[in-house]
Design a binder for this molecule. Structure first.
Ligand code: ZN
Length: 134
């Protein structure tokens, strides 16, 4: 699979406005986009940090994946996303290596990229995402 860099780090927050204010006013980063991903029942906010982004995630529904995550574990780091050329190929390769997949095939994520998740049970507790144009 040819991972080139960490595409983004996903962080679950309870209050997007307060979290954005922290990243902007304390850390001095700029939120360049807020986008709702209806499919995932989340609102996302993005900050560029070098080649990597910080992606804040606020649930739009308590039953959505981020709502459930916060109810169970509280706010904090939710997932790590690696940039790959070809998400389908990376998912196949991981599955061939015995990794349990959440997504058997790529789906559309924020910013129009293809994404696919590996199950944290197979990845030492880290919800892992592949992210790419293909
Ligand atoms: Zn992500």
């Amino acid at each position: 699979m040819n991972i080139t860099h960490i595409e983004h780090i996903g962080i679950a927050v309870e209050n997007m406005e307060e979290a954005i204010a922290y990243y902007e006013n304390v850390l001095g980063l700029t939120c360049y986009k807020v986008e709702e991903v209806a499919d995932q029942k989340v609102k996302t906010a993005f900050f560029q940090v070098g080649q990597t982004k910080v992606e804040l995630l606020e649930t739009t529904d308590p039953e959505g994946p981020i709502g459930k995550f916060i109810a169970k574990r509280g706010p904090g780091i939710h997932h790590l996303a690696f940039a790959v050329e070809d998400v389908a190929e990376a998912l196949n390769k991981a599955e061939e290596s015995g990794v349990q997949l959440i997504d058997k095939t790529p789906r559309k994520g924020a910013e129009g990229l293809n994404i696919g998740f590996l199950h944290p049970k197979s990845t030492f507790g880290v919800l892992t995402e592949f992210c790419g144009k293909k």
